[in-house]
Design a binder for this molecule. Structure first.
Ligand code: IPM
Ligand code: MG
Length: 367
């Protein structure tokens, strides 16, 4: 059997730095566990624009379609703010999501015990937190037509359209229910059915899908109230399912509950391929952090944990994913901190590769 294939797209800003640590971990799995991947690397975002004048070439898109999983770092940066909308770095990422049809974006928010003090919320509100946001990723207002900036009378009008078909809601709802079945069997669906027709349809379809999952306790919340409840008592949630835009906002809020955006991975999954694996891309929730790029300060944990999600969801290697997640937990429990996690007196930060070294040492110790 051939090795599983991985396409690595480090992207911009801190992307290449954090991805370098993931590559060391991938090598560790080859050397120490006999689990080898066929790894290829390519450009995305501003890096691709600089080289090719487009944030994603057709060749890279084709490669992404043909591998077992894509690992992406981050895209964007102030240097690219002046570019035309159609070639902005983010367009490369959105094209990958859309053309690979990665409709279910899994964003876990887990609070590591060692970091419970870092949250802006009280420790007892976040300690032990373990929730999963399932964000619809290929439709809604991010992609709906009509869109654009048009002239109307003597002024311009900016237009975007929130649009969801029943089948789009149905499939992401099923992903969320399936996950809930493997977790705490609780699902909360968030929309704004009080003001949006797409929200009314969303609620109806999710309720209908719920009939196939009688064991899962389904609840509904308006997304604004959901944001409030996430800050008030996040542990009331297990799995949350929501649309593209609300999911973007709610997942950033949930991420901060855990202390740092530098900690959170994500998986974007589509329909199963011929080999039974879902189409998949894994990426940290954080962005390219241009303010600290190139300074070896970035926290590689979100990217490392994204690779752990790849082990779990693409390669059916749950035990190896557990091993990597435990290694990260151990390193944090030992007090190893990148600059984003400082706060304690007398602790000096490790560099990006220092964190990588510590995780590799913890992996060695796990053997
Ligand atoms: C995210 C990001 C992206 C989004 C940007 C970079 C296009 O914020 O993955 O959450 O809005 O989806
Ligand atoms: Mg976002």
């Amino acid at each position: 059997m051939s090795n599983p294939s991985l396409l690595i797209l480090p992207g911009d800003g801190i992307g290449p730095e954090v991805m370098a640590e993931v590559r060391r971990i991938i090598d560790w799995y080859g050397d120490k566990r006999g689990i080898s991947f066929d790894v290829s690397e390519d450009l995305v975002g501003g890096a691709a624009y600089d080289a090719h004048g487009t944030p994603l070439t057709d060749e890279t898109m084709e490669k992404a379609q043909s591998v077992d999983a894509v690992l992406l770092g981050a895209v964007g940066g102030p240097k690219y703010d002046v570019l035309d909308f159609s070639v902005k770095p983010e367009r490369g990422l959105l094209r990958l999501r859309k053309e690979m049809d990665l409709y279910a974006n899994l964003r876990p928010a887990q609070c590591f015990d060692a970091l419970a003090d870092f949250s802006s919320l009280k420790k007892d509100v976040v300690a032990g937190l373990d929730i999963m946001i399932v964000r619809e990723l290929t439709s809604g207002i991010y992609f709906g037509e009509p869109r654009g900036i048009i002239e109307e009378g003597n002024e311009r009008v900016g237009i975007n359209t929130q649009r969801y078909t029943e089948s789009e809601i149905d499939r992401v709802a099923r992903s969320a229910f399936d996950l809930a079945m493997k977790r705490g069997k609780k699902l909360c669906s968030m929309e704004k059915a009080n003001v949006m027709e797409s929200g009314i349809l969303w609620r109806e379809v999710v309720t209908e899908v719920g009939k196939d999952y009688p064991e899962v306790e389904l609840s509904h919340m308006y997304a604004d109230a959901g944001a409030m409840q996430l800050c008030r008592w996040p542990k009331q949630f297990d799995v949350i399912v929501t649309d593209n835009l609300f999911g973007d906002l709610l997942s950033d809020a949930a991420a901060m509950l855990t202390g740092s955006l530098g900690m959170l991975p994500s998986a974007s999954l589509g329909a199963p391929m011929e080999n039974g694996r879902p189409k998949a891309m894994y990426e940290p929730v954080h962005g390219s952090a241009p303010d600290i790029a190139g300074q070896s300060k970035a926290n590689p944990i979100a990217c490392v944990l994204s690779f752990a999600m790849a082990l779990r969801y693409s390669f059916d290697m749950g035990a190896e994913a557990d091993r990597l997640e435990s290694a990260v937990s151990k390193v944090l429990a030992d007090g190893v901190r990148t600059a984003d996690l400082l706060g304690e007196e007398g602790v000096s930060p490790v560099s990006t590769s220092g964190m990588g070294d510590a995780i590799l040492a913890a992996l060695d110790a796990s053997l």
